[in-house]
Write a protein that binds this ligand. Structure first.
Ligand code: SF4
Length: 302
């Protein structure tokens, strides 16, 4: 792994060195100033990388590295959507083995662009958009970048900080992502104890039977996540609605079943499902008690 902290430290210490570095990478003074305004030293260094292979720091520090690896023309490319909020911005995943990087020229990389590119070009790659993980035991670069070619939702590759760091949450044994729940747990005293899945299912079934027999289905409740698709929510919904037949059910973000804006659905307004076109076409939008910019950034920005 290429740790470029020394280079970064030198450049950070001296603005003139940073400008010379940018100039030697073909950056105009105007673009240099734009990069400084947009992301400071990190943006300049990331844009003006010298083409050496690199990846994340790998020391668990999450310190951005100074250079990124460029996907080769034969990288695996997959479309995806950001899973941090319901806006559903479009992203592209690039995967390729470590050590098999593409080049700076358009014909040498999977993005088909000549690097360096400007930060607002929709092809600019932040160090935080890239990670190195093991796939089938092979160290693999995984880059998750906003889809700069999308014509809907996050047009032209617009994205929030959350979406721009999607690759950082990929599982690695050597950083904070290793702290993942891998087994069901039971709360005993002050501790959570790992148990086997068979035991977890049996315990839930026995307690459920006891509660249903003694207090009825009104005392048995289900709180579950509700995003994504029927394939992911069907089993839990069927258990609570059909098998148990309880009205005590709520999705992840509300105390009970109802619209996102309590009261509006009761008055006949469907608050959740405004089309993006409706948002774009609206002359006035009044929001109250919500964090649209922070939690649905691209819907707000666009
Ligand atoms: S607004 Fe941000 S968090 Fe929501 S889907 Fe788009 S990039 Fe992801």
């Amino acid at each position: 792994m290429a740790n470029t902290s020394n280079t970064k430290g030198t450049l950070t210490d001296n603005l003139e060195d940073l400008w010379q570095h940018a100039k030697s990478a073909g950056i105009s003074r105007r673009n240099f100033l734009g990069l400084m305004a947009a992301g400071g030293t990190t943006a300049v260094i990331a844009t003006c990388g010298d083409g050496k292979s690199s990846d994340t720091a790998g020391d668990g520090s999450n310190v951005p590295v100074a250079q990124i690896a460029i996907p080769p023309t034969d990288a695996t490319i997959l479309p995806t959507a950001c899973d941090y909020c319901s806006v559903g911005c479009g992203y592209m995943i690039y995967k390729w083995p470590v050590g098999h990087d593409g080049g700076m020229k358009a014909a040498e990389n999977a993005l088909g662009v000549d690097f360096p590119v400007s930060t607002l070009s929709s092809k600019w790659i932040s160090p935080n958009m890239q990670n190195v993980v093991e796939i089938d035991g092979v160290p693999t670069n995984v880059m998750v970048i906003p889809d700069g070619d999308t014509k809907v939702v996050n047009k032209g590759g617009d994205h929030s900080v959350r979406g721009g760091t999607l690759s950082q949450k990929l599982y690695r044994k050597d950083n904070a992502t290793k702290d993942r729940l891998q087994h069901p747990q039971i709360h005993v005293g002050d501790e959570f104890i790992d148990i086997w899945w068979d035991d977890a299912v049996e315990i839930v079934a026995d307690i459920s039977t006891y509660v249903l027999d003694k207090y009825s289905e009104m005392a048995w409740g289900m709180k579950q996540y509700s995003y994504q698709y029927y394939e992911n929510t069907y089993a839990l919904t069927k258990l609570s609605r059909k098998s148990i037949a309880t009205p005590v059910w709520a999705p992840h973000d509300k105390p009970g079943e109802g619209s996102d804006t309590p009261g509006l659905s009761d008055s006949g307004i469907d608050a959740f499902s405004a089309a993006y076109q409706d948002w774009f076409d609206a002359d006035v939008i009044m929001v109250s008690g919500v964090s649209l910019y922070e939690s649905k950034t691209i819907l707000f920005n666009e």
